[in-house]
Design a protein around this ligand. Structure first.
Ligand SMILES: [Zn+2]
Length: 95
């Protein structure tokens, strides 16, 4: 009887571990789905990469992101929200 219970517990634990693994995977998939590219939808400005250079000239990677803002636009009478860089907004490429 005791042995049987033990087995059940082990099976349950295994199931739980499997479920947690699965949920973690699905969670990462969901996260990947909601990742939005940091690209301007008008001019295509993208993040640039370079180095941080310290006083001792030790360099580490860094990136410069475009200043993207959500802008509501009407294109052919259809309302849309675009992610546009501030340079495009300032120069009046979006209305
Ligand atoms: Zn732009």
């Amino acid at each position: 009887m005791y042995f049987c219970n033990c087995l059940q517990v082990i099976v349950l634990l295994n199931k739980l571990i499997f479920m947690s693994k699965f949920s973690r995977i699905s969670y990462t998939f969901i996260k990947e789905d909601f990742k939005v590219a940091k690209v301007c939808e008008i001019c295509g400005k993208k993040p640039m990469t370079g180095n941080n250079v310290s006083h001792s000239h030790k360099s580490t990677k860094r990136r410069w992101l475009p200043n993207l803002q959500k802008v509501k636009v009407t294109i052919d009478g259809e309302k849309k929200s675009l992610r546009v860089c501030t340079a495009c907004i300032r120069s009046g490429k979006v209305k």
